[in-house]
Ligand binder design. Structure first.
Ligand SMILES: Cc1cc2nc3c(=O)[nH]c(=O)nc-3n(C[C@H](O)[C@H](O)[C@H](O)COP(=O)(O)OP(=O)(O)OC[C@H]3O[C@@H](n4cnc5c(N)ncnc54)[C@H](O)[C@@H]3O)c2cc1C
Length: 504
């Protein structure tokens, strides 16, 4: 039997026809292997919707490849030859088709990279990202602080996005100060487009219900786009209806409005159905044609070519040690209400409930509600990381881990963020209407009726004063705490201890 030239292994987040492994190959000579792996679906207990989304998108992608002439060995979950994990599957495939080369584009996770390195495999760079890993390492070299803002400016220059020659469009790089408006509940909210389930998706939903029924989250309603063309349409829908207000209401939160003016496309970008640079060029074109204001276009582009590329750079720069960081030495377990939503705190209830239903929460809900609470309460950052990695449809370790450990928990001691994103209930009350649905009173600092974020916030600052007092962005809050009367400080300590004893 003639030996196969290349066996190209395509992972579930590599659903891009122009990905480096497929560009390297030739559809007339080579074969593609894709596998629905039990090991990958269960190494953390992913949300049911996330598993269903990825399996359905993979099946559609395999069809897309076949239509363009590729031979695809698709090993679905119940396939008789499914070996349950990547390495066992690849060893089996190598025995069967004896390829001259095994080819793969570099995976998004350090864990998977270590796994693949056990085999004789050619690993190609993932050029869907705008900043190659080696370029980021060069950028980081010799810098004392790795601030996203400076990286972002370089990315603007490199891509030419929103540039007027050497200068940023509008004269400044960043319009964040304009992007902090609370939303009003009577505004007309856009909604992400809803996609009907086809036979492939229905089959996957049945599979997930039977095999992963004990995982977190609701499987229905399932409305995601699962093909490239529908993901592109979902993004166009965002451009037209939500992007114009994206900037203004980027940080706002409202009961019953899980999406507000966000794009809800991270799950498509991260699995390869959408391309980051194309998305940004479309946003730029919407600005230059006068359809969206600059603060919206700049704010959006910064998230994609700035934050998204930057956290990936940090991940590959700092792994594997980064996964273990715990600057504050926080050791509490994750409270049960992160899974059940059974809490009297309106903001956490709303965020966890929508997470269960949609496998989605927007950035400020992740950062300032569930992330902020966990840090104030002293939850172990690694337990929290497992939660974020499990519950969101867009969660892959390269993007989730630096966001959780670095940005939201300050567990790296300030490498990624210049100060901890710690806030009392007043911030949540300003940016949302959640407090209206809370049993607690956000105006009270201590006592049984007081919003727990308040005493926890002051208690957190006092507890970690040795690590935070010299921080120019938060040290002044410790000095404010020190001006409280002794009895007020005692009440803060007692209120937070009482609340923590109740939840742990
Ligand atoms: C604790 C925590 C965990 C997070 N985990 C993930 C994750 O697992 N996967 C993920 O894609 N994002 C993660 N983020 C970043 C951000 O919250 C999500 O990208 C965003 O909420 C996705 O919704 P959207 O598509 O509507 O984004 P939009 O608000 O519409 O933003 C547009 C796009 O910008 C990108 N983006 C925005 N902020 C960030 C950021 N901080 N880091 C990287 N990309 C960003 C995303 O690709 C997003 O789709 C996390 C943030 C925090 C604070």
């Amino acid at each position: 039997m003639k030996r196969l030239r290349n066996l190209i292994f395509v992972l579930g987040d590599q659903l891009t026809p122009q990905i480096s492994s497929l560009k390297f190959g030739d559809s007339r000579l080579d074969r593609v292997l894709m596998v629905e792996s039990m090991e990958e679906a269960t190494y953390v207990g992913h949300h049911k919707k996330k598993i269903a989304f990825i399996f359905s998108a993979m099946r559609h992608f395999a069809e897309e490849l076949r239509e363009t002439g590729w031979r695809v060995d698709y090993i679905d979950f119940n396939h008789l030859e499914n070996r349950g994990g990547f390495i066992a599957q690849l060893e089996h495939a190598i025995k069967q088709c004896r390829p001259e080369n095994l080819i793969v584009t570099e995976p998004g996770e350090w864990r998977v990279l270590q796994m693949l390195k056990q085999l004789k495999v050619t690993i190609l760079p993932d050029d869907r990202f705008l900043c190659p890993i080696a370029d980021f390492k060069r950028w980081a070299e010799g810098r004392k602080q790795l601030r996203m803002e400076y990286f972002y400016r370089d990315m603007r220059r490199k891509t030419g996005l929103l540039m007027a020659g050497e200068k940023p469009a509008g004269g400044v790089w960043n319009f964040d100060a304009e992007n902090r408006r609370p939303a009003r509940a009577d505004l007309l909210m856009p909604r992400p487009k809803i996609y009907p389930q086809d036979d492939t998706t229905r089959a996957v939903l049945g599979l997930v219900a039977s095999q992963f029924g004990n995982h977190f989250g609701d499987i229905e309603p399932f409305n995601y786009a699962v093909t490239r063309s529908s993901a592109e349409e979902a993004f166009e829908n965002f451009l037209e209806f939500a992007l114009p207000s994206f900037g203004d209401y980027q940080d706002a939160m409202l009961i019953g409005e899980p999406f507000l003016y966000h794009s809800v496309i991270a799950q498509y970008l991260n699995c390869g159905l959408l391309d980051a640079l194309t998305v940004c060029r479309r946003v730029e074109a919407a600005y230059t044609s006068g359809r969206v204001p600059l603060n919206a276009a700049e704010g959006y582009i910064r998230q994609v070519i700035g934050w998204r590329e930057y956290v990936r750079g940090i991940y590959w720069l700092k792994m594997p040690d980064y996964a273990e960081v715990n600057f504050f030495d926080h050791q509490q377990p994750l409270p049960d209400f992160y899974w059940s939503a059974d809490t009297d705190m309106g903001c956490i209830r709303a965020t966890v409930e929508q997470t269960k239903e949609y496998a989605y929460a927007h950035h400020i809900q992740r950062l300032m509600v569930t992330g902020n609470f966990a840090m104030l309460a002293g939850v172990n950052p690694q337990r929290l990381h497992e939660w974020y990695l499990s519950v969101y449809a867009d969660a892959y370790e390269w993007v989730e881990l630096p966001n959780t450990l670095g940005m939201s928990q300050y567990a790296d001691g300030g490498m990624l963020a210049s100060k901890p994103y710690a806030a009392s209930g007043a911030y949540i009350n300003r940016m949302s209407n959640y407090c209206e649905s809370s049993v607690y009173d956000v105006k009270l600092r201590t006592g049984k009726q007081a919003c727990p974020f308040n005493s926890l916030y002051w208690n957190f600052l006092n507890r970690h004063r040795d690590k935070l007092a010299s921080n120019p962005r938060i040290g002044n809050m410790i000095r404010t705490y020190d001006k409280f009367s002794v009895s007020e400080r005692e009440k803060i300590a007692a209120s937070s201890a009482e609340f923590l004893a109740k939840i742990f």
